[in-house]
Design a binder for this molecule. Structure first.
Ligand code: OX2
Length: 796
């Protein structure tokens, strides 16, 4: 496509789609016009992908997920369809600021963190690999809450990404299903019939997801909830206007908010409704698609692979059995076999509080037939494999249900998959030893290197060509270049320019000045005790105290950058946020240490902010208590962008270290086994504190009001936790973390050596591409084949 054709398309959309003439167009208008022009280029390959799938009668992959953290879509679409440079030229020519137009797009925050972002990376990789697939989820009116700080404390606000038109989606009024809740189960001629008491309509909204070079595009289908009847006219005519609008309000509630929590649940009733709502709609949709081409549902497992992203869509098991058995009259056993042939389950956490359980009461009230079927599934399984129950203490355990209904169950890193076998799923694993497989997570190199870090990706492409974008393992071709001083200089330069950009943004948006030659040390992720942001801030406090003791010391300058949201109901996590902000305001205003140490915590961490921070990072903090972080995916993005990791042997850190080499990774802390042992030592925290005066003094600073304007109580809760129960072993890992941090300081001063280590991280991280992960799911779990690439629209 020529630049002038793209320009014509943008101007035409501005005129005919937005009804604006260029003189009066706002940034919003231009952004929408460009997005529509970009979308036009995706539609043809999208149609062709669908046609090719039908022609080949190919097996389809359905990825069911409560979360798709897609972020902004425009830049990605321009890069993947090969028109980014043309688009920039068009806007330069028009005298408009291209960066401003790209930044005008709202960040679609339809997820909490890693689980949701993984789903988004997977969809992009499925398209890049040309595997016929569809993502199914919920079209939340409000994504995850927007975070603000008020006096250092987190304040949540509703996210309103949909107040502007979402230009990427196509509304599908014809793709709608009625989804029922509650009611009774009757018997009719030996068959169970469920008569729900209420029903809402699930309506589809489709967003095409285009792969690299626009060769293939799959669909993200999100369900919105609509009322069956918009208005209760009888009540309206009787003058009761509020009650008349009730059906609409109730229905819409289902797709209104994303639960701001990825480890505990709230609003149980509504949450279970959401889960059933999107799962049931998705199953009906895929069965309808299957039946349009095939007439025997027994062939479903040959044509359909369904991946359950965590237990959130676990009701898919009983629902599929219900459709096949109750509605289609199949034998229960046959229905079970078909369901099990299609379903697979990914587990993302071992934290007991995050494993979903629903009370029999709630399940029976909202989904009475499903509860009966779960009982039957439970009994059938126990007959063959006595000793493990899906239902226990009046609750349905969704992890067990998912495991039993799945053909394959997978963890998300080697360590996590191994731990699954000996902890949460030990008994089930002993009964079904072939069911658990590992699929180590990955991230798409298109968004997480090519698009977010144009300087580094340009340098890589100059050195080895652009084959790495599609085949990230070819980044290894960079290895010989790490011994080339010229290459390393340019590598360092690219990082430095990214840091200058970030520094400017920090100065403008937060009023804090940072030195671009200082080490940018970054911890960005949800705030959680197991992720141990409090370990990081304690080390910051101890470092600051030492700097003050020795103001003539030769300190390595650091900017400690934090980012992340806490679940609104998670009090301790919110205290950690308050502490970080309070420490920041003391340290950033200390003239004695200000040339060496700054603490920066921009609010509202999201995908867009990650894209800004990761390319500018020197050090990646991956410091969870070993055994608690299932995988991590931020850790992979940092390594890919040439940041070194300081980390524990947890989740995918283990594999990152193996790939980049132990010399290029700063390891500290107890192993998962040592963690379990240490917990049994009575007074472990107190013991650690009494052996490390630095730690004792840092903890003391939490109690003596240093960061609380003299208030001794403000951070007492955190101090008491660290020196008391300390379940996550902050105190016990502190000394080794301090040691490793000082090693980092030393290493950073040898700039040539640091650059070499950083470049080796990039060169050796190609394995962490989500293309590798998806290929592995396709061969080991789905038995799905990539279809032939259609055409390279980027070359047209
Ligand atoms: C996250 C895990 O905490 C993280 O370790 C992992 O990398 C990510 O999922 C993707 O697999 N909610 N989010 C997660 O687990 C749950 C539950």
């Amino acid at each position: 496509m020529s630049t002038s054709a793209l320009k014509d398309s943008v101007l035409s959309h501005l005129k005919y789609s937005l009804g604006k003439d260029p003189e009066h167009a706002t940034t919003y208008d231009w952004r929408v016009a460009l997005s529509l022009a970009a979308r036009d280029r995706i539609v043809d390959p999208w149609f062709e992908s669908t046609r090719a799938t039908y022609r080949a009668d190919a097996k389809r992959v359905y990825y069911l997920s409560m979360e798709f953290l897609i972020g902004r879509l425009l830049e990605d679409a321009l890069v993947n369809t090969g028109v980014y440079d043309d688009a920039k030229a068009v806007f330069d020519d028009l005298g408009l600021n291209f960066g401003e137009i790209l930044h005008d797009e709202p960040d679609a925050a339809l997820g909490n963190g890693g689980l949701g972002r993984l789903a988004a990376c997977f969809l992009e990789s499925l398209s890049t690999l040309g595997i016929p697939a569809m993502g199914y989820g919920i079209r939340y009116e409000h994504g995850l809450f927007r975070q603000r700080f008020e006096g250092g404390r987190q304040v949540e606000e509703a996210e309103d990404w949909l107040t502007q038109e979402h230009v990427w989606e196509f509304e599908r009024p014809e793709a709608a299903f009625e989804i029922g809740f509650g009611g009774q189960v009757y018997e009719n001629g030996g068959r169970a019939v469920w008569r729900p008491q209420e029903a809402v309509i699930a309506q589809a909204f489709d967003t095409p997801v285009v792969g690299w070079k626009g060769e293939w595009a799959n669909t993200l289908r999100l369900w919105g909830a609509l009322p069956k009847t918009v208005l209760d006219l009888q009540r309206f005519n009787a003058g009761d206007y509020a009650a008349a609008a009730e059906p609409e309000a109730l229905a819409r509630t289902i797709s209104r908010v994303l639960y701001p929590d990825d480890t505990t649940e709230e609003g149980k009733h509504l949450r279970l409704k959401q889960e059933y709502f999107f799962t049931a709609a998705s199953l009906r949709d895929l069965i309808r698609r299957f039946e349009a081409e095939h007439d025997d549902l027994r062939d479903l497992p040959k044509r359909v692979a369904i991946q359950l992203n965590d237990t959130h869509p676990a009701i898919a098991g009983p629902e599929l059995v219900r459709i096949l058995h109750d509605e289609r009259g199949m034998e229960f056993e046959t229905a079970m076999e078909i369901a099990r042939g299609c379903l697979n389950y990914t587990n993302h956490t071992l934290l007991p509080e995050a494993l979903e359980r629903w009370s029999d009461g709630l399940m029976g009230y909202l989904l009475p037939r499903h509860l009966q079927l779960i009982e039957r599934i439970d009994t059938a399984h126990q007959t063959q494999h006595p000793g493990i129950a899906i239902r226990e203490h009046g609750e349905v355990k969704m992890g067990e249900l998912s495991f039993i209904m799945a053909n394959r169950v997978n963890g998300v890193s080697a360590l996590h998959s191994d731990l699954m076998k000996v902890t949460v799923f030990k008994d089930l694993h002993d009964m079904h030893p072939d069911r658990i497989v590992n699929q180590t997570n990955g991230v798409t190199p298109r968004r997480w290197l090519r698009t977010c870090n144009p300087r580094l990706s340009g340098l890589i492409t100059d050195a080895i060509g652009d084959g790495w974008i599609k085949d990230a393992e070819r980044l290894s071709e960079l290895e010989p270049h790490v011994n080339d001083a010229g290459f390393l200089d340019r590598f360092v330069q690219a990082k430095r320019e990214n840091k200058v950009d970030l520094g400017q943004w920090i100065a403008e948006s937060m009023g804090i000045s940072v030195d671009p030659d200082a080490m940018f040390d970054v911890q960005i992720k949800r705030i959680h005790e197991y992720k141990r942001q409090h370990l990081n801030i304690l080390e910051t406090i101890a470092l600051w105290q030492e700097m003050r003791d020795n103001p003539n010391g030769d300190w390595t300058p650091r900017v400690k950058i934090f980012g992340g949201k806490a679940a609104p109901g998670y009090v301790f996590a919110k205290e950690i946020i308050y502490l970080i902000n309070s420490v920041a305001s003391v340290i950033n205003n200390d003239p004695v240490t200000s040339k060496w140490l700054k603490v920066v915590y921009p609010a509202n961490y999201n995908v867009t902010l990650a894209e800004r921070l990761i390319p500018a990072a020197n050090l990646s903090e991956q410091i969870s208590t070993a055994g608690k972080e299932a995988s991590g995916t931020g850790n992979m993005k940092f390594a890919l962008n040439g940041a070194l990791t300081i980390g524990t042997l947890d989740g995918a850190n283990v594999e990152i270290r193996e790939h980049v080499g132990a010399d290029n990774f700063f390891l500290f802390g107890m192993t998962a086994e040592e963690v379990m042992e240490r917990r049994t030592v009575e007074g472990h925290a107190w013991d650690a504190i009494s052996k490390d005066p630095r730690l004792a003094r840092a903890v003391d600073a939490l109690r003596n009001g240093t960061f609380a304007g003299g208030d001794h109580d403000r951070f007492r809760g955190i101090a008491d936790n660290i020196s008391g129960p300390d379940y996550f072993l902050v105190a016990s890992d502190f000394s080794d973390y301090w040691r490793a941090s000082r090693e980092v300081d030393q290493a950073f001063r040898d700039t040539g050596h640091w650059a070499r280590m950083a470049a080796l991280n990039t060169a050796r991280s190609g394995w962490f591409s989500s293309d590798r992960t998806i290929r592995s799911y396709a061969s080991e779990i789905w038995d799905a084949l990539p279809s032939k690439p259609l055409r390279n629209i980027a070359a047209e």
